[in-house]
Design a protein around this ligand. Structure first.
Ligand SMILES: [Zn+2]
Ligand SMILES: [Zn+2]
Length: 90
């Protein structure tokens, strides 16, 4: 079956509607699959958790790069805390 790509208008043999080139461009990468945070509107990964403090931080500076680096730190800290809590339980 030969179909026309809706993005670049080239004819191609594909089971999808987009050609291989466009399908690759459109495919969501690890950082491209994002959704806006309900609270502050910052683009975050679909599985990313935004604590309330991080939303406040973004509302204060609107610098997603800065917020992201802080968010990683917070997440690492809570991960370590979770590990310790589990160790205490055992
Ligand atoms: Zn195309
Ligand atoms: Zn947020």
């Amino acid at each position: 079956m030969i179909i026309q790509c809706p993005h670049c208008r080239t004819w191609n043999r594909s089971s999808r509607s987009a050609c291989r080139e466009c399908a690759r461009k459109l495919a969501p990468g690890p950082y491209e699959e994002t959704r806006p945070c309900i609270e502050c509107g910052m683009r975050i990964a679909a599985d990313e958790y935004h604590p309330y403090g991080v939303c406040l931080m973004f509302k204060g500076c609107y610098n997603s790069e800065l917020v992201r680096s802080n968010l990683l730190e917070i997440q690492n800290r809570s991960y370590v805390m979770g590990q310790q809590a589990r160790d205490d339980h055992n």
